[in-house]
Design a protein. Structure first.
Ligand SMILES: [Fe+2]
Length: 270
């Protein structure tokens, strides 16, 4: 077995709950050791942003990391939410008011409607406080931070509302739960689709990415390998899903759903 090469990314702070890791100049990963997703800080020349913020319960530790690099919340112009899952966005309400919160249109809609099923509220047991999204993003938007130019890519699949951010000059790919190191799959949740997931991964494969900054796990300097493995696995998942649906008696499974729709329509007619 070959020995694992040492990580090229320096650890700046390490405690029981999280590590602060430098991904590139002025780019930091806050990697939580519990169920919270990774948070990222990008300090541009003209604007400073965060991409995801983790769980609300981790906020004191997030603050410790931000203060360590002399970037308290009042210096952060915008928080971008990669999608609606609470392990990524739970702490966002702490930033509300002074910092602009942005998410893809479909994620913003779910968050503003407080769609707990889509946000996985039961899974994460987060405080039930509103998160207000100020800017609704779309594919093709560009975030100009001065020395970073982050392209917003709509990459659905894990959910219907996932975005990735790509800085072409430096090859930085913030891919949240769409692409993870080693090609680990983020899973397909309620509003997601395995077919959409495959198309999103194919789009990420076409980028000249150099560093993968994903929603869970370590930083990766082999995003091209990661995406190839993820595409293979996603095709495996597609055929497993097809077999699963074949094995189920589709008619008996769909009948209760169809009946509830018929009942609902009857109420509307009344
Ligand atoms: Fe997620």
């Amino acid at each position: 077995m070959s020995e694992r090469k040492p990580s090229p990314f320096p650890i700046l702070l390490n405690n029981d709950v999280c590590s602060l890791i430098q991904a590139a100049e002025n780019v930091y990963q806050i990697r939580f050791k519990n169920r919270a997703a990774n948070a990222y800080l990008v300090r541009g020349k003209s604007r400073t942003i965060m991409i995801d913020v983790g769980l609300s319960s981790n906020f004191p530790h997030l603050l410790e990391c931000l203060n360590h690099v002399d970037c308290p919340p009042e210096k952060i112009d915008m928080v971008i939410l990669s999608h609606e899952h609470l392990d990524h966005i739970g702490a966002a309400w702490h930033f509300g008011g002074r910092t602009i919160i942005a998410a893809h249109r479909l994620a913003a809609n779910k968050i503003m409607l407080r769609d707990d099923f889509s946000m996985l509220r039961k899974m994460f047991n987060e405080p039930d406080v509103p998160i207000n999204v100020d800017i609704w993003l779309e594919e093709g938007n560009l975030l100009d931070l001065g020395n970073f130019h982050l392209n917003v890519m709509y990459t659905p699949g894990h959910t219907s509302a996932c975005i990735s951010l790509f800085d072409q000059d430096q090859g930085l790919l913030f891919a949240a739960d769409t692409l993870m190191p080693g090609g680990v799959m983020g899973g397909v949740f309620g509003s997601g689709s395995i077919s959409d997931y495959i198309q999103s991964l194919e789009r990420l494969k076409g980028l000249n990415s150099k560093i993968l900054l994903s929603g869970h796990g370590r930083l990766s300097d082999t995003p091209q390998d990661d995406v190839r493995i993820a595409i293979q696995r996603s095709h495996g998942l597609l055929s497993d899903t097809a077999q699963l649906f074949d094995a189920l008696d589709a008619r008996s499974n769909f009948e209760p759903i169809m009946q509830s729709v018929r009942d609902l329509n009857k109420l509307d007619d009344a």
